[in-house]
Design a binder for this molecule. Sequence first.
Ligand SMILES: C[S@@+](CC[C@H](N)C(=O)[O-])C[C@H]1O[C@@H](n2cnc3c(N)ncnc32)[C@H](O)[C@@H]1O
Length: 386
Amino acid sequence: MVQISQNLFNEENLSVEKIKKIASLNPSIELLQNLFYKQNDLDIKRELISAIGRNSDNQKIYEFLNKEAFNNHYMDLVYQMFRTTLYKSKFDNRFVYLREKMRTFYDNEFMEKMYEYYTYRQNRIVKKTLTREITNHSLLVGDNTETLLKINNEQIQLIFTSPPYYNARLYSDYKNYKGYLSAMKKTLLQCHRILEDGRFIGINVSPVITKRAGREFESIRYPIHFDFHNILIDAGFYFVDEIIWIKPEFSVPNRVAGYFQTKMPLSYKPNCISESVMIYRKNAPFLLDKNIKKYDKTLKNDNEIDSTNCWYISPKADKYHPAVFPEELCEKILKYYSFKDDVVCDPFAGSGTFGRVARRMGRVALLCEQNKIYADKLKLEGFNEI
Ligand SMILES: C[S@@+](CC[C@H](N)C(=O)[O-])C[C@H]1O[C@@H](n2cnc3c(N)ncnc32)[C@H](O)[C@@H]1O
């Protein structure tokens, strides 16, 4: 062991960098532990745990972790300790025991994800390359929970859709909200199955309201996106981002007029100019880089970017369909979440805006639509029924 210079080992002004330097000099584990107990700075403490974990005295590391991992530390420190049990468990069964003890004690989602990633890497699971089976713009006519069964697993690289809004328009007619959500979940389970591991799904939803049955009754407003979060998670996706689509105020229904007349507190109802675009990723035990690495660098995007999650886009009206996407929204989603030649799917295609934009942007579109009138129009536009 090298003698550590007094200058480096000045407890008053330690930093993460200094801990790294000290650790590289192969100090005794006692010295590192001592520093750990004296320090309050979280980053320094975390670096010390990492240094302790790299020490060769497994017995002492085991004793340290067996005590400190359950000693009410900040979770950031616990995660670092758990990381040590993962790497050490490969060679030493005491750390398998500790790892499992921590998993049971914390029952923590972040640790489970670490465990999943670690196991995946250790087992060096090499997935066979998937052959892309959908090579032409295609259409599935009927209820997507049934028609999507025709598509094999992991054939799609991006899903973007605007599901039927519960009772908001003529075409959505569910007995109750619970039934609506369970129908949506059935579709999401199919979406999960056909989407390639680690790829994205975008769902455009916003709250809807049921009309009052009479002046003596209150309406119900449904925060659909809150409930979609739960069914997306249940279906095997995890939350990545929320894009807020913002429309000009003149384009949305006026809700604030009543308040303007009375100015009475409690009667305030703002004009809703935003819709949510929920961005989720299909669970995968590997980093996004693995998905990106499959593509050639020449496929990178141009310099124009939306640097915030607020996208200002005017809505679009259509004489055939009551709720169409503006093309610009589809363009941005396709640009940021898919590559050229990817197969992209809209399971609730409606007039097929997403499919048309995808085709123009060099992606292969798979559309699903159960309404025969819309489906027939899509066939005329070159989306071939499969
Ligand atoms: C909100 S609209 C989508 C509009 C679309 N974004 C556009 O730009 O035209 C939803 C569409 O989903 C269709 N739909 C509803 N339930 C369906 C199901 N189970 N399977 C397939 N299509 C369905 C409806 O007929 C409707 O056209």
